[in-house]
Design a protein around this ligand. Sequence first.
Ligand SMILES: O=C(O)CCC(=O)C(=O)O
Ligand SMILES: [Fe+2]
Length: 302
Amino acid sequence: MTKSNCHNLSIRRIPAIAGCESINKVLQEDGCVIVEKFLTPDQVMDINKDVDPHITKIHTKRGTYQEGYWLNMRRQGHLALLSKTYREDVLNHPVIHGISEKIFLKESGDYWLATSAVLETGPGYAGQTLHREQDGIPICTAMGRDCPEAMFNFLIALTPFTDENGATRVIPGSEKWHDYSYQPSIEDSIPVEMNAGDAVLFNGKVLHGAGKNRSENFNRRALPIVMQSGYFTPVEASAFLPRPVIESMTPLAQRMVGWRSVKCQGIELWSLHMNELGMQLGLKSNQPLPEDQVDKKWLSHY
Ligand SMILES: O=C(O)CCC(=O)C(=O)O
Ligand SMILES: [Fe+2]
């Protein structure tokens, strides 16, 4: 199949409490799934509050690697610095790790974050070209549908997602296409409409993109958590986050942001003296961190 039969497309929904086994079953069959109540209303509110003062300062005309689509899209990364809820709850989320383990441990050995940022699109935003998350990795493009799982997106809605306000659009089943060079039109995709706190999960082979924001005054916010095989280079560097912030995190969360090694086929990658990075650095974890000691202006130094 090179083209989708898009008019019959739909995405199944499953509550987060159904657990990773059930969620993964749908994912294996459909390539994507909506997980309802992925975050609680309080978690969503806290992340939005933490990001508000920073994201509003972002120049909407600042270019990103997805040039051409940035007008009216604000992209705020380095969330481990800005948000305690992100640092503690999101980076340790049981569904994210339950699914990531099922996907990556066998084929890749290990996984960590490729990128994660709050993406806010405002009225007038034109929408992204449909793309696959793995498009930046040449070997994945070459292997197409036969490529081992390279990336996985847990894309959380931080506001309601509607067709009108630019909900992420996907083409379920596009991961199985034989011709990955085929570029379908946006009408071939469907909007992922969901409540704030729900998430859409899809693998690196599924065509998707932010939708056009046709609303009059609604700023849509997404929080993609893109995990990838440990042998690929993260998109976003977190090596220079302040050490006290990193040391307040769990070892698992530290690994997600590149402060610990990943082990692939028995070999320690991103290591120091061929040993586990955190251990070699004497990195502490789970240390108390008074919020007033976090220098959130730190980002502006770079
Ligand atoms: O914001 C969205 O809806 C999707 C964003 C996305 O897919 C990306 O930036 O790679
Ligand atoms: Fe994407």
